[in-house]
Every structure is written in structure tokens, then in C-alpha cells.
Design a protein. Structure first.
Length: 158
């Protein structure tokens, strides 16, 4: 490409939030360039001349990876849409319940009755379209509501 090289194009696409699958092909690639491309999100870095099967395999892997990432992002977006339907109080209850707080503890913390918390919990489960507590926790993990276990352990030493 005469005016811009592949790494610059990749950088510009990233600035535009374009997360398309990228397979680099270069006639003069070197290790630092290939490492930089892969770290920036390229699926593969091929040196020319490239055998047809090698190129098709690289493109196939890139498209499969892109599709999997897209499915995951769509699922996260769907979870966020469901969470957006929660009332402010239901959101508070959800945040506390997925952290393992019992209804009695949540009621005390929010200054309400255990019966009210049970009703909020039912609504949370219904609105998030989950059947089990484990599914609710999984939703919270996937959207990033729960801190990684290491951070939680550091905050709460035993």
C-alpha cells in the first residue's frame, strides 16, 4: 500500500472501533513487525509468497474467531439490555445477591424486609430470564459486575 502500511491501517481501524479480522501478508516481514501486528489483534501474519491453502486456512480461522467474538459481544449486549430493565432497587438487590449475600443480609443492608427482598429477587430472575442463581451469577460475571476473585480475596483477607 503506497500511502499507509498495514500496521498503520490496523491502528486506524482500531481507533474507529473496527474490530474486523485481520490477516497480514507481507513480502518483508520481520519478527518485531509480526509481534506488533499480533499484539494489536491480527489473527495471523503470513510471509509472501503464501500458498493458497495456507491463506485460506488463515482467513477461515480469522473469520471463525471473529464470529465467536461477535456472538459473545451480542450475548453481553443482550444481558446489558435485560439488566437495563431492572429498577434501581432491583439493581441493588441483583448486585448484592450475586456477591453471595443472603436475603436477610440484603434486607438489613437496604433497610427493608426479607419478604420485600424475596419479591425483588423473583423480579430480577424473571427480568434477566434466568432460572437459577448460578445463571444470574454468570450474567453478572459476563458483564463485568463481579470483580475477579483475586481482587475480592485481597479486599477480604481471612
Amino acid at each position: 500500500m503506497p500511502s499507509v502500511d498495514g500496521l498503520q491501517l490496523q491502528e486506524e481501524l482500531a481507533k474507529l472501533s473496527m474490530r474486523w479480522p485481520i490477516v497480514f501478508m507481507s513480502g518483508r516481514g520481520d519478527v518485531p513487525t509480526s509481534v506488533r501486528a499480533i499484539k494489536a489483534g491480527a489473527e495471523d501474519f503470513l510471509l509472501k509468497p503464501v500458498a493458497r491453502e495456507t491463506l485460506l486456512d488463515a482467513i477461515g480461522r480469522a473469520l471463525a474467531s471473529f464470529a465467536a467474538t461477535k456472538r459473545q459481544q451480542d450475548q453481553i449486549d443482550s444481558f446489558r439490555s435485560l439488566i437495563a430493565t431492572l429498577t434501581p432497587r432491583e439493581s441493588e438487590v441483583f448486585a448484592l445477591m450475586v456477591r453471595g449475600k443472603m436475603n436477610k443480609q440484603i434486607a438489613f443492608e437496604l433497610g427493608t424486609s426479607e419478604r420485600t427482598i424475596k419479591a425483588h429477587r423473583r423480579m430480577v430472575m424473571e427480568k434477566l430470564q434466568v432460572q437459577t442463581f448460578a445463571e444470574a451469577v454468570s450474567v453478572a460475571e459476563r458483564i463485568g459486575l463481579l470483580a475477579p476473585a483475586a481482587a475480592t480475596d485481597a479486599e477480604n483477607p481471612r
